[in-house]
Design a protein. Structure first.
Ligand code: FAE
Length: 534
């Protein structure tokens, strides 16, 4: 993999002199258009930590405003095929590329028909991190493009009447008139062709989901996605290699998904002002005479640290995701590096109420052996029962007679990140039992459907005789909540020039899948910051 990519050239605003000191060989490479990670002792006007949704929006809009931006990304740049000729591994066959620094896979669905699914893999800086805290495993994308590399592409704008609970300090008019449309356009969000959806084998599972929802009188809604539907139609007709139709999602998608690499980051690259250092982990941001010293470790693909670097940045944008940003800021406040951060740092974290379950259908009600990995639909029982259930695929390649759902629920519990000085790590106070309100909310949908259909829950997907996937979240939110730990546009209290741009700003629940809201909020905040601060 190419993990010393330098995107962009001619760095206006970059202190050329400080960059060249001690880095002449690297400057030579960069000047030739070659490959070089950020140099030790470099100085940059704007440094963005993380290349997911918040980081990509910040990088693009800063660059468009004429600011040179350096993005530091923990994961790899996923741009080079592996030995099988593909960049990403398939969901059904995880390999070394699939997990972040694990020697055994930790698949969200751990079991099937009584058999455990996990297997040993070589330790590698793979694409999906299952980050374990005491009470929950938080799944996150690792690599240039962040969560967009691994997610299901479901691009959902919350219903407007719910927005006040999602982001209480933000004016809904500006979001629904300006920033949600801007985010949807920037992400390339579109709807599946309903006529094609009705007839294609690969959405039989979703049509079965609709039938069961409607027979129990639940609202069934189509959900937009960032997948290229024309490509999927060609997959279905056999004209192009299968991608969503080959189960490519959790460990990356080789063709049709419009990840951030194809959207925001491609536009950022085209400005010529954005460079990215993959396989670099930011460990500290410390005040340095009106600017900030950013310390980072460069990793190899085994996760070993190969270099430690310190660079100076005039402005730092934290976009390491809800967990990454919260952990960094919690540590920096507790260890006295950024003591003026306020007492809200680390607070207000939620799991977006995620809980999974499967239902066993009758033998005359097959869901199909060909299932598109990109979900298109959901059951909306938010108002009556506090649950929005995504009708999710089980792309196993065989008929399972199972309907599978990821529910987003109204769960009131909020956890806190704290610094554990003895262990030298950040802990999260989430407790497994806090998933009960989510299970109760999901049951408002599935108990009723099971009663109506005469069906039962699957008990084989998350362990022996375990109905609920209540050990995980795909949607970490909060920890550095907007208008509490920051001002109402993501400026951290206590320090000029430090900003937060990612899902950590959203206080724990988005009522739907979160990346459109994260993107729209980042668009709103960076516009205000560019206008007022630069
Ligand atoms: P994120 O995209 O996580 O980006 C943060 C980046 O920072 C990552 O690339 C990290 O590697 C990097 N980073 C972390 N720590 C450091 C550090 N110390 N130094 C340098 N870099 C660092 O954050 N959401 C939807 O709306 N629809 C879906 O269909 C959907 N499906 C999902 C499926 C899965 C399996 C998963 C895991 C998530 C899914 N999500 C979905 C959630 C969505 O991907 C997530 O909310 C966003 O990616 C969060 O965006 P952020 O910008 O906050």
């Amino acid at each position: 993999m190419n993990n010393d990519v330098m995107w962009g050239k001619g760095s206006r605003g970059f202190s050329r002199r400080s960059f060249m000191v001690g880095t002449s060989s690297i400057v030579g490479l960069a000047a030739l258009g070659g490959r070089a990670a950020i140099a030790d002792a470099a100085r940059v006007p704007a440094l963005v930590i993380g290349s997911g949704y918040g980081g990509s929006v910040a990088a693009l809009r800063l660059a468009e405003a004429g600011v040179d931006v350096h993005v530091v990304e923990l994961g790899m740049s996923w741009d080079t095929p592996g030995p099988d000729g593909k960049i990403f591994a398939n969901t059904t066959k995880p390999d070394y590329r699939s997990f972040w620094l694990r020697t055994r896979t930790k698949q969200p669905l751990s079991n099937f028909l009584g058999f455990p699914l996990d297997k040993d893999v070589p330790r590698y800086t793979g694409i999906l991190d299952a980050e374990d805290f005491a009470g929950i495993s938080v799944y996150q994308g690792r690599g240039v493009g962040g969560g967009s590399l691994v997610n299901g592409g479901m691009a959902v704008t919350p219903r407007r009447q719910h927005f006040g609970a999602v982001l209480p300090s933000v004016n809904p008019d500006e979001m629904y008139d300006v920033y949600y449309p801007r985010a949807n356009a920037g992400l390339g969000v579109t709807n599946v062709d309903p006529a094609w959806w009705e007839g294609t084998d690969c959405y039989q599972y979703a049509r079965v989901g609709r039938k069961h929802a409607q027979r129990s009188a639940f609202p069934f809604v189509f959900v937009p996605n960032v997948y290229d539907w024309e490509y999927m139609k060609q997959e279905a007709s056999g004209a192009v290699p299968h991608s969503a139709l080959a189960g490519e999602v959790l460990y990356g998608n080789n063709h049709g998904k419009k990840t951030l690499v194809k959207t925001y980051l491609a536009r950022a690259k085209a400005t010529g002002r954005v460079t990215i250092s993959p396989l670099h982990r930011v460990t500290s941001v410390a005040p340095a005479g009106g600017a900030y010293t950013v310390t980072m470790e460069q990793l190899d693909t085994t996760g070993a640290v190969t270099a430690t670097k310190s660079v100076t940045a005039d402005r730092v944008f934290f976009a390491a995701g809800s967990v990454g940003t919260s952990k960094l800021l919690t540590k920096l406040k507790a260890t006295g590096v950024l003591p003026n951060l306020n007492g809200e740092i680390g607070k207000g974290w939620g799991d977006n109420g995620n809980v999974m379950c499967g239902r066993a259908n009758h033998l005359w009600d097959p869901t199909g052996k060909l299932q598109s990995a990109m979900p298109t639909a959901g059951i909306d029982n938010w108002d009556a029962g506090g649950a929005f259930a995504e009708v999710a695929p089980l792309p196993t390649g065989i008929e399972t007679w199972a309907s599978f759902y990821l529910s987003i629920t109204r769960n009131p519990h909020r956890a806190e990140f704290t610094w554990n000085a003895g262990a030298g790590r950040v802990d999260l106070s989430w407790q497994t039992a806090w998933k009960q309100p989510s299970i109760d909310a999901a049951k408002t949908i599935f108990d009723k459907i099971n009663a109506k259909e005469g069906t039962i829950y699957r008990t084989d997907l998350f362990g022996a005789y375990k109905i609920w996937g209540d050990h995980l979240t795909y949607h970490p939110l909060g920890g550095v909540v907007l208008n509490k730990a920051t001002d109402n546009h993501g400026r951290l209290h206590g320090y000029r020039g430090l900003y937060v741009m990612d899902g950590s700003l959203i206080p724990g629940n988005a009522s739907v899948n979160p990346f459109v809201t994260i993107t729209a909020l980042a668009e709103r905040n960076i516009e205000a910051i560019v206008t007022a601060d630069l």
